[in-house]
Design a protein around this ligand. Sequence first.
Ligand code: A2P
Length: 359
Amino acid sequence: MTIRNDIIVSGVCNFRITKESEQPVMSKSYTVAVAGATGAVGVEMIKTLEKRNFPVKELKLLASARSAGKTMEFRGEKLVIEEMTEKSFKGVDIALFSAGSDISRAYRQIVVDSGAVMIDNSSAFRMEDDVPLVVPEVNPEDIARHKGVIANPNCTTAIMLVAVAPLHRAKKLRRLVASTYQAASGAGAKGMQELIEQTRQILNGEAIDPKAFAHRIAFNLIPHIDSFCDNGYTKEELKMVNESRKMLHIPDLMVSCTSVRIPALRAHSESLNMEFEEEITPAEARAILEVASGVTVVDDPEAKRYPMPVDATEKYDVLAGRIRQDISRNDKRGLEMFVSGDQLLKGAALNAVQIAEHL
Ligand code: A2P
């Protein structure tokens, strides 16, 4: 294995039994393909299928020709990675895709024609009307509308909505302003590798050569994720706007976002300012989130307990804390909250496997 996969695979996974890790009982077993098996998300998809005991009859590991013939482990068995081709999806029931938008677009019809359901982690189809965009804790009912493709949302949107949707269900969300602190893993295995390598280079006084990010990421932050649009927002920021509206079924939700890349390895954090139709106190919000699926409330400032990326890493749940009344208002309809969630798990691989479970 290369460094990039060692980084991801070698972490000790010590999953707690959480509310959202309760899984449906499944009597049938399925042939599953992971497209982009060697990538940062693909590796986590394979581990998540194993950890959650997904009923896999056969697992096909697909990647580029560069990886064909190498092996990866699943349930203690070495499986050979195959080059992804048009023939790869014969007999496949569920295809988990995380190899980038271009590849998802190129293979969509092939996967659907072969009778498999594509669960796609890229942004290629998220805003299409007949493609459900799903976080199972937020809008599981949308899964049934699929016509062969179900989209996984942008990682930051998924992490945010797991914590925001329960509050919206109780008090009706009107406006949401997010500032994000996004980890290097959002740029894939190469992003994580660049952060580690660049940190080492800078500490050793060596020259650096940024590739995965527009600027140096070690000991820095970059308020630029994805490309800029005419209105000054980045595509990443507009994904938060449009995907939130679609998943919460509030087309006119007022949303704004500033997305920032920071030198954390694999968990994203977000500062959220929320306005509701009805009054809501921090105590009420905590009580709602305590019983919500997929959320762990970590909110004890006196004890220095609040969500942090290192604590969210390799956890299934999104951590929510720093919950307080918005003091810029003179009513009780505004809340501030800070969340951290594992970008590779709830932001990608776990969400995709949960969608497969719901199917
Ligand atoms: P490979 O490792 O063979 O290049 P990440 O987002 O972490 O960079 O991962 C991207 C994933 O997409 C990898 O598994 C990569 O495989 C895969 N991939 C890239 N190009 C192709 C391609 N043309 N066909 C299939 N898989 C691809």
